[in-house]
Write a protein that binds this ligand. Structure first.
Ligand code: AMP
Length: 112
């Protein structure tokens, strides 16, 4: 298993866990870009947004269904941002689908 996030999901590499269920894991980003910066990943390997299909999109729905509760548990009462970088133009650095949950500060209006 040569995928960093697969290894984190398998417990082979430590993380600061925020939430876990049988299909997904949420943990703190090692280089936070906001006071709250959580990564939410499917435990199954999908290389990124481009690998999402109608057949496997159930886990993406589960991730999105988990986000409001994670945001609430992180105290994000005033809003938050969810981002998934896909491919080189978006600077995706880990080829395992993940969603950044960012908050706890007033973020920039511009996103790209
Ligand atoms: P991206 O650049 O969108 O692919 O996001 C990958 C994210 O993973 C970056 O924000 C990194 O800081 C984060 N990251 C890389 N390695 C680890 C790790 N071992 N534990 C937690 N976050 C990590």
């Amino acid at each position: 298993m040569d995928c960093l996030f697969c290894r984190i999901a398998a417990g082979e590499i430590p993380c600061t866990k925020v939430y876990e269920d049988p299909d997904l894991l949420a943990f703190r980003d090692i280089h936070p870009q906001a006071p709250v910066h959580v990564l939410i990943i499917p435990k199954c390997h999908l290389s990124g947004m481009d690998a999402v299909t109608e057949e496997n999109s159930g886990v993406v729905a589960k991730i999105f269904a988990s986000i409001p509760a994670i945001a609430k548990s992180e105290g994000l009462k005033n809003g938050y941002r969810v981002i998934s970088n896909c491919g080189p133009d978006a600077c995706q650095s880990v080829p395992h689908l993940h969603f950044h949950l960012l908050g706890g500060t007033q973020m920039a209006d511009r996103m790209g």
